[in-house]
Design a protein around this ligand. Structure first.
Ligand SMILES: C[S@@+](CC[C@H](N)C(=O)[O-])C[C@H]1O[C@@H](n2cnc3c(N)ncnc32)[C@H](O)[C@@H]1O
Ligand SMILES: [Zn+2]
Length: 401
C-alpha cells in the first residue's frame, strides 16, 4: 500500500506518494519512490503552464501528450489552468503512477478529456499517435530527454506543434563529463562560467539534429535554467527547407579561461579557427571548444510578450520568481545570441571586488553598446561589447569604489 499525500499546486489538488514519508523528510525525491513527484519542480511546471497558455494564443492544440507523467500533476494543471478544449494522454512505465494518475483524473472530473496508459514512453509515443498526432509533447524525464527525442518528434503533428524538454543530467551538460555530452547530445560540453547556457544550446542542437533527420525544423520559443535543470520550449514543424536553412544556427563556442573571451563560430564558417580574437590582446590561454551546438536564438519575442500579458492573471498561484524571471527573459532576448558574461567570475579572474550590475550595465550602454541582465545567473550580463571592453569598464568601476 502506497502512503499518499494530498498536494496543492497551481489551481489543482492531487494525490501522489508522500515525498516526506519516502525521503524521511529529506525532501529530495528519488527515482525509487513508488510514484515520483518533485515539489521543487513547481517553477518548471508554472513556466510550462505559462508558455503553453502563450502558445495557445497563437496556435490551436487538440491533443497533448506527457510520455513520462509520474502522478500526472503537470498535464492535469494544463487541463485545468490553460484555456482551450484540448485532450491529453499520459504515459508512464510504472503501474503505480498510472493508478495514481487515474485517481487524480477522477478526482478532478477530467475523465472526458484525459487518459493514462502504462508502458514504455518510446513505444507508446509512436503507437498512440498513429490515429491522431500530438500537438504538444512534454518530455520531463529522469536525467536526459535524449532517448525520447526521436519518438517524440515522430509523434508530433507535421503541421507544427510545441515540444518541451527537461534535462537534469547537468554533470554531462556543464562540462564535467564532455564525453557523455558528446555521446548523448552530439556535442562536447566544457566548463565555463556560462556552461548553463551551453547546456541549453547542446540540448537544442541535438533536438535540431533529430528533428532534421525526420524532416522537421525547430524554433526555440523560450528556455529556463536553474541550478538543477534546464528546460526548453520549441516549435517543431515538418519543414525540411527551413531545417536546411537552420544549419546556419549550428556551431561551436570557443572559450579562453584566461581572458574569458568566448567566440561563437558557425559550423559553415570560412574563418580560421586559429585566429580567435583573444590572441590579439597578447593572451595565449588554452582554448576549449564546445559543440557542435545551437548558436541561434533562444527566445521568440512574440511568445514572451504573450506570456508577459498572461502572467499577471496567474500570479496568485505561481511561484513568485516566475514574473521576475520572465521580465529578465524579455530583456535578454534582444541579446540572446551573445553568450553571457559572469561578472563575478570576471572579477575573480582579475582580483576585483564586483561593482553593482546596474552600474556596469549603464556604463556599457554609455559606451554605445547594448547590455542586459540574463535570467541564467543573477551575477551575469549579456552584451554586444567585447569581454576586453567589459573588463576595462568593470576594472574602472571597481577602482572607483
Ligand atoms: C521525472 S519523472 C516525471 C515527473 C512528471 N513529469 C512531473 O512533472 O511531475 C519521470 C517519470 O518517468 C517514468 N519513466 C521512466 N522511464 C520510463 C520509460 N521508459 N517509459 C515510460 N515512463 C518512464 C518514471 O516512472 C517517472 O514517473
Ligand atoms: Zn585569452
Amino acid at each position: 500500500m502506497i502512503v499518499e499525500k494530498e498536494y496543492t499546486e497551481g489551481r489543482i489538488t492531487f494525490v501522489s506518494a508522500d515525498v516526506d514519508y519516502y525521503t524521511e523528510n529529506k525532501k529530495q525525491p528519488t527515482a525509487d519512490m513508488p510514484v515520483f513527484m518533485n515539489p521543487r519542480m513547481r517553477l518548471n511546471r508554472d513556466f510550462s503552464v505559462l508558455f503553453l497558455s502563450a502558445y495557445l494564443e497563437e496556435d490551436a492544440i487538440e491533443l497533448i501528450c506527457e510520455p513520462l507523467a509520474g502522478c500526472g500533476v503537470r498535464t492535469l494543471r494544463y487541463l485545468i489552468e490553460c484555456e482551450g478544449t484540448f485532450d491529453a494522454v499520459m504515459f508512464d512505465a510504472n503501474p503505480n503512477a498510472i493508478e495514481t494518475i487515474n485517481k487524480n483524473i477522477q478526482h478532478l472530473e477530467l475523465s472526458d478529456r484525459a487518459r493514462a496508459k502504462q508502458g514504455d514512453a518510446k513505444v507508446l509515443l509512436l503507437t498512440e499517435s498513429r490515429a491522431k498526432r500530438f500537438d504538444y509533447v512534454d518530455v520531463d524525464p529522469f536525467g536526459t530527454p535524449a532517448p525520447y527525442l526521436n519518438a517524440s518528434i515522430q509523434s508530433m503533428s507535421p503541421k507544427g506543434g510545441l515540444l518541451a524538454l527537461t534535462a537534469t543530467d547537468m554533470a554531462a551538460l556543464y562540462g564535467v563529463y564532455p564525453r557523455v555530452s558528446l555521446r548523448k547530445y552530439g556535442g562536447l560540453s566544457i566548463r565555463t562560467p556560462f556552461s548553463h547556457e551551453l547546456a541549453v544550446r547542446l540540448v537544442i542542437g541535438h533536438t535540431f539534429t533529430v528533428a532534421g533527420a525526420n524532416d522537421y525544423s525547430i524554433a526555440p520559443l523560450a528556455v529556463l535554467s536553474t541550478d538543477h535543470y534546464v528546460r526548453i520550449w520549441l516549435r517543431v514543424k515538418a519543414d525540411r527547407n527551413e531545417a536546411n536553412r537552420q544549419v546556419d544556427d549550428m556551431g561551436l563556442v570557443m572559450y579562453c579561461p584566461e581572458c574569458m573571451h568566448a567566440e561563437v563560430i558557425p559550423l559553415r564558417t570560412r574563418q580560421e579557427y586559429s585566429k580567435i580574437e583573444h590572441q590579439k590582446d597578447g593572451c595565449s590561454g588554452k582554448i576549449g571548444t564546445a559543440g557542435p551546438l545551437w548558436i541561434g536564438n533562444l527566445y521568440d519575442p512574440s511568445i514572451l510578450s504573450a506570456a508577459e500579458r498572461i502572467a499577471p492573471e496567474m500570479e496568485d498561484v505561481f511561484d513568485k520568481r516566475v514574473i521576475r524571471l520572465m521580465k529578465i527573459m524579455i530583456d535578454e532576448s534582444a541579446l540572446d545570441t551573445h553568450p553571457f558574461i559572469d561578472i563575478h567570475a570576471l572579477c575573480d579572474l582579475h582580483g576585483l571586488v564586483p561593482p553593482k550590475l546596474t552600474e556596469i550595465i549603464s556604463t556599457i550602454r554609455e559606451s554605445g553598446h547594448l547590455a542586459e541582465r540574463t535570467h541564467f545567473k543573477p551575477t551575469a550580463i549579456r552584451t554586444n561589447a567585447k569581454v576586453g571592453q567589459v573588463t576595462e569598464i568593470v576594472t574602472n568601476l571597481a577602482g572607483a569604489k
